[in-house]
Design a protein around this ligand. Structure first.
Ligand SMILES: [Zn+2]
Ligand SMILES: [Zn+2]
Length: 254
């Protein structure tokens, strides 16, 4: 018992001193807010930044997950935003940790563009918590694939990294058959055209016939990529396609 205590004390002493050492020697700063990290061994994001990542305020659109004006829920039985009622969507439901804004935006960008892959674990945990309803009853998660050339360039697929921490089996059921221009900066209509037919099911998709699956990606902007993925999976026989992303670009409630 005493030995166990001694080891415990030693471990915490080492931890504290390595934190202190890292702060002095490397002076690492938070990848989101740039303030010095008080506990650098706990990851590249400070506690205040993690605490500022708030869920989207309900009521949310049943389909896309955008916040709804509260009066709408009272007036119509199915809580759906104007855009979802106007447009026919292949994707059945979508949810995200929160809005693509503030610290969450900086955290996602640190994962994706700075190669901070350790962030996939805490982000995946938040996706699991805040997407619990969406994940319930799903057979597996399917990461949105990158084109092999983009994958080589980046060295990893952030969606696959996130998928591994969501708590369901990961099935690589999609592949990108066409390299697409980056969606960043394209207006909504062009985004949909840009990714149409860009995805195809892999051999693994055959096992998912008749089941419900959850697509995983880092950010949903107009939903064009997720829609294209959902189309490919439904054509392959998947019955229900939901999407869980780390963040969502929220259009103002209408
Ligand atoms: Zn911070
Ligand atoms: Zn909607």
């Amino acid at each position: 018992m005493q030995i166990a205590n001694l080891i415990g004390n030693l471990q915490s002493a080492i931890c504290i001193s390595s934190d202190a050492l890292l702060s002095v020697v490397l002076a690492p700063s938070c990848a989101a807010c740039d303030e010095p990290l008080l506990q650098p061994t706990r990851g590249p994001i400070c506690d205040p930044c993690w605490r500022s990542v708030l869920p989207l305020t309900p009521p949310l659109c049943d389909r896309c997950g955008d916040p709804l004006p509260t009066w709408r829920v009272v007036s119509i039985p199915l809580a759906c935003c104007a855009r979802c009622r106007r447009t026919r969507r292949v994707l059945d439901r979508a949810r995200a940790i929160g809005a693509y804004d503030g610290a969450l935006r900086a955290i996602v960008q640190a994962l994706k563009y700075e190669g901070r892959r350790s962030l996939a674990r805490p982000l995946g945990r938040l996706m699991r918590e805040r997407g619990a309803d969406l994940l319930a009853g799903a057979a597996c998660v399917v990461p949105v694939p990158l084109h092999p050339s983009r994958r080589r360039q980046r060295g990893f697929n952030q969606a696959a990294d996130l998928a591994h921490h969501v708590g369901l089996p990961v099935v690589a059921a999609l592949r990108r058959v066409r390299a697409t221009a980056t969606q960043t900066g394209l207006p909504a209509g062009r985004r949909h055209r840009n990714v149409r037919g860009a995805f195809a099911p892999t051999g693994a998709a055959a096992a998912l016939t008749g089941s419900a699956i959850v697509l995983i990606d880092d950010v949903s902007t107009t939903g064009a990529t997720l829609e294209a993925c959902a189309s490919a999976l439904k054509a392959a026989g998947v019955q229900e396609v939901r999407a869980l992303t780390a963040a969502r670009v929220v259009t103002s409630p209408r």
